[in-house]
Design a protein around this ligand. Sequence first.
Ligand SMILES: [Zn+2]
Length: 260
Amino acid sequence: MLKVQSIADALNRWAPSKLAEEWDNVGLLTGDPSAGVEKILVCLDVGLGAIERAVEIGAQMIVAHHPMIFRPIKNVRLDRPLGRRLSLLLKNDIAVFAAHTNLDSAIDGVNDVLASKLGLIDVKPLGEASDEPSLGRLGRLVEPMSAAEFAAHVKRALGADYVRLSDAGSFPIKKVGICGGAGADFIMRAKFYGADAFVTGDVKYHEAQTAIDNGIHVIDAGHFATEHPIVEVIAARLRAEFDGIEIIEFDGETDVFRIV
Ligand SMILES: [Zn+2]
């Protein structure tokens, strides 16, 4: 039978853990590498709902984007959410593997998937040496768009309920920087490399204000909407690589925010 380690190896070939940021916590977080796997649940977050689904369908492994253990933990209390989640995983022998910032940087990872959803062309890493892996991406629009047109395009392309636009002026958008999740730290880098607009999630007031001051539009499409497309890509990749195991995409995840 296929082992947890074989799945981990395949994910590490795609998104090597050395690509992860140093503050990150990626790889196998719970479980036995030598345990057998017949069913895998793929999700963005290892929340209680995802674990309960894994138990219900008899999955031996969960592959997720966000690491469920991120900071060192000081207790495993069953009256607290993380303790309950860990307990449920261990009682049911469920392995958890996380590919986080390594999958953001990886070729065909989170940011390449986002670039392709947005229809960007000439996509390359957003970094000093732009053939080196880097978290974000820089690409071009096929046709220039106004800030309002591009914001509407991003909303449609990601199926987001809403996006927030920080409009930096009437200049058109030709070059676009992106970073799925919380990528506002890269706005100025994108500007430096010639981006007219930046797409990410979790943008704060002063970050948007700085972007406007520096002449770059920002579209905050939300942490969830900019990253969730990776779930089906992880699942498809594992299906293509492994025969005889069942890969299920968790369909119970939604954005933690809704508009009222
Ligand atoms: Zn994220």
